[in-house]
Design a protein around this ligand. Sequence first.
Ligand code: 2AM
Ligand code: CA
Ligand code: CA
Ligand code: CA
Length: 264
Amino acid sequence: MHPMLTIAVKAARRAGSIINRASLDIDLLTIKHKNNNDYVSEVDDAAEQAIIEILLDAYPNHAILAEESGHQGDSEYQWIIDPLDGTTNFLHGFQQYAVSIALLHKGVLSQAVIYDPSRNDLFTASKGKGAYLNDRRIRVSKRSFIKDALIGTGFPYRDFDHLDTYMAMLRDMLQKTSGVRRPGSAALDLAYTAAGRLDGFWEIGLKPWDIAAGCLLVQEAGGLVGDFQGNESYIESGNIVAGNPKVFAQLLQILAPHLTENLK
Ligand code: 2AM
Ligand code: CA
Ligand code: CA
Ligand code: CA
């Protein structure tokens, strides 16, 4: 394993143990959330700080972009961190959430870890070296036809400007695929796409920390990732389509008639 990936795995597991410990007191967690909606961000912050400490301890000069604490440093190496992807699920004890850590080198994704602490599932990828779930190589699914495909997505929650567009996309997907799932962690949805558990995925308006690691996983598992026109702008726009190559192409076809100017 690449030494930088080894460090990322150590950081993701440390964050996972913080999350697992907090999840044991789910009742306390819910009450605390009602009285003080800082509680979840306490878990998010604690996990994020643990990750950053481990990364910077190993690589003091590397730069960081993390969901809760933002940018720090300036380097050709930048870590992109979501300490807890799927916070709403975590808060409800709905066990679908993950830690996501990616490394960009000179702007190119080079290492990725997505760790599901409730199942102890560790997804990893290094550029050019394939994608793994625990010790086993993973590949995207071989399904060729969109009518047989199981597709992941996320609902709009922040920017309801695109709600009508999204609902039209969803309506079309429900009619043209074998099923649509909305598990609630974009990072895990991409990891599942890499592992062939989902055949494809799309969502509007995600952030770099939601998708950076997942994109490398999908690509290293033999899949394709793009924005809604199949181009490269997905990390900036957060408008993302992913899937095995055949499903990816068919997803783009389904989305095409729904694209308003600002989604192109
Ligand atoms: P988060 O849990 O790290 O915030 C699911 O659609 C994706 O949207 C997740 O990656 C989730 O990341 C993000 N998201 C951010 N805020 C959300 C919210 N209020 N409800 C649902 N998902 C949210
Ligand atoms: Ca997230
Ligand atoms: Ca998060
Ligand atoms: Ca969040």
